[in-house]
Each structure stands twice: as structure tokens, then as C-alpha cells.
Design a protein around this ligand. Structure first.
Ligand SMILES: [Zn+2]
Length: 327
């Protein structure tokens, strides 16, 4: 096996929440058809009063802890999958958790050991959830329509003409994979620079725009585009399993996110040099982890300006895959 190679797909299939919980000797009791509860085993758990806050679904291979101090200590994450659980237990990154789980699958099992690293080594600063949400966003602003986004799509994504500090721009709410609002991007509606305004310190490389909505759908295939408006148009064309890099280069963190949640990824980046280079780099980064498909657009083409028929032409085959995989 190549060093550094992590087979997320196999790990997901082979290692269940049940296996992981028994490894850590976590005992839960059944409280519903597919719900088990008990004392939270995570190192982030400090509350002594919440004895029953940890719950697991074995069919969904998912866990959560409802203790508010525990959630806060996990940067607001309520729960997650097998990878998230091991990452929390071992205070390591998702990728490191996957490496540990992979070791436990090989002939010479090396069980997860307590990390000696400091948190700061393995946890890069995350985007903190915002403590506010903009009100009175106008979803019917002419700029949105001008870009070919209909009102229904605008409402779905919460985009529209902003107010307050983003007055005069179209605001685009950005969430992390746990559906927490972490930033607003403000798109200029005229020639004002910068074209997109993002909060200082916001790490777009930590986020895949719209990923939380795709995760909600439990799709196994993800379509990846570059920008916000590409996402809106591909969604509007009937492909809701779409997320954006917010650029043309896949980051390490974005690769981890894709690797831990999907079986197939379809890259549909812009038909320019940056898009082509981004596609090649993404294929190299991901092809040992999951199925990578690519859609090459003609020179100068980009998803947000493609006619509907063309979108269907290039994505139709993958969409059929989505529906058969889901059944
Ligand atoms: Zn907890």
C-alpha cells in the first residue's frame, strides 16, 4: 500500500459505528428502533449532569451528543460519522482518523492509540459559526434574475440583495458541512471591486459551498463546480448534489470532505486554463480514494452560463448513476 494512501470508501463500508464503539468500550442502551443512548465518551464532554446525551444510529452509522458544552467544545459540531468520532476521540484530523481506522483493517492491526500531538498541531483554526444572520434579504433583486437564477433557487440558497455591511451587494450565505452558517459572501452587482467580499480570516479552503445540503440528501455522488453561481445553475437544472470549491483548486481539507462522504465525484470546472489545471490536480488527489469523473467544458464555457440542454447532456449520465445508486 502506498504511504499516505487512505481508502475512505473501504473503511466506510467495513468499519461501522458498532465496531468503533466496542473498540473504545462504549456501552449504550437501546431506546428506539434504531437509537442507542448513553454517557458521552468524548474527551470534549465535561458536563456531569448529561448522562444520556450521546446517541447513535447504527443504520445511519451516525452519532451525536446533545450536551451544549460538549457541542461548543467541538466548535459547534453536534455529531458526525465514524471518521468524526475517531477524530474527536483521538483529537486528530479526519484524515488521521481514517489512517488509524485503515490500520485496524490491515493484517497487523494497530489499534488507534492516544495521540501525543498537541491539538494545535492537528487542528487548524476552523471557521467559527456566525452569531447573527442577515434579515430582509431581497431574493427578487434584478441582478439575481439577470444571472439566470430564479426566485425559487434564490430562496433555496438564501441569496439576494443584502443590507447592513453588505448593502449594495448580493449576499450568499456559506455553511460548513455541519450546516452552520460560517460566512456571507457579498457579490458586487456592478463593477465595484472586489467582485466577491468575504470576511477577513475566512478560510474558504475549509469549506465546500452547499455540501451540507447535499449531505442532507445522502447522495453518494457529488458534482463539484468552481463558483456560487455555477452551483445555483446546476441545482436549478435538476442536479441538487452539487458543491463549489469557491475557486479552481481543490484544497486538502476539501479532498478529505469529499473522500469521507462520497463514492463518486464529478468535476465540472470552467473551460479555461485554471479549470483544466484544477481538474488534473483534483483527479490526482482523489483518484485513489473514490471514483473521479470529469466533465470537460469547451474553451470559455462555465457551468453558470451553459444552456440547460447542455447541462443535461454532460450530466445526464451521472444523474442516472445517482438514482440507481440511491435505490
Ligand atoms: Zn458529549
Amino acid at each position: 500500500m502506498r504511504p499516505g494512501w487512505v481508502d475512505f470508501k473501504t473503511i466506510k463500508v467495513k468499519i461501522t459505528m458498532e465496531t468503533v464503539l466496542s473498540h473504545y468500550d462504549v456501552r449504550l442502551r437501546r431506546v428506539g428502533a434504531d437509537e442507542f443512548r448513553g454517557k458521552c465518551p468524548l474527551p470534549t464532554h465535561s458536563s456531569r449532569s448529561s448522562n444520556d446525551s450521546f446517541s447513535v444510529s447504527f443504520t445511519r452509522n451516525a452519532w451525536s451528543c446533545q450536551s451544549s458544552s460538549c457541542i461548543a467544545a467541538r466548535s459547534g459540531h453536534v455529531g458526525g460519522n465514524v471518521f468524526d468520532f475517531v477524530a474527536e476521540m483521538e483529537r486528530c484530523s479526519i484524515r488521521e482518523a481514517a489512517v488509524r481506522l485503515q490500520h485496524s483493517l490491515t493484517e497487523n492491526p494497530r489499534p488507534p492509540v492516544t495521540s501525543t500531538r498537541k491539538d494545535s498541531d492537528t487542528y487548524p483554526p476552523e471557521n467559527r459559526p456566525l452569531r447573527f444572520a442577515l434579515r430582509n434579504v431581497d431574493h427578487r433583486h434584478p441582478y439575481v434574475a439577470l444571472r439566470g437564477v430564479n426566485e425559487q433557487t434564490a430562496r433555496h440558497f438564501g441569496i439576494g440583495h443584502g443590507n447592513g455591511f453588505l448593502s449594495g451587494r448580493v449576499v450568499i450565505p456559506i455553511h460548513n458541512e455541519h450546516a452552520e452558517l460560517v460566512a456571507y459572501s457579498g457579490r458586487a452587482i456592478d463593477q465595484t471591486e472586489p467582485k466577491y467580499r468575504l470576511p477577513r480570516g475566512f478560510r474558504k479552503s475549509h469549506v465546500l459551498f452547499n455540501l451540507h445540503r447535499v449531505l442532507d440528501r445522502h447522495d453518494r455522488t457529488l458534482i463539484v463546480v468552481e463558483g456560487f453561481f455555477d452551483t445555483f445553475k446546476i441545482h436549478q437544472a435538476g442536479y441538487p448534489n452539487v458543491a463549489a470549491l469557491m475557486g479552481s483548486r481543490l484544497s486538502h481539507r476539501q479532498a478529505e470532505l469529499i473522500g469521507s462522504y462520497f463514492d463518486t465525484v464529478v468535476f465540472m470546472l470552467d473551460g479555461d486554463e485554471a479549470g483544466k489545471a484544477g481538474t488534473t490536480a483534483a483527479r490526482t488527489a482523489l483518484s485513489s480514494i473514490l471514483e473521479v469523473e470529469t466533465v470537460e467544458l469547451a474553451a470559455g464555457a462555465q457551468p453558470d452560463i451553459l444552456p440547460l440542454e447542455e447541462i443535461n447532456q454532460v450530466l445526464g449520465g451521472f444523474a442516472r448513476d445517482v438514482s440507481t445508486r440511491d435505490r
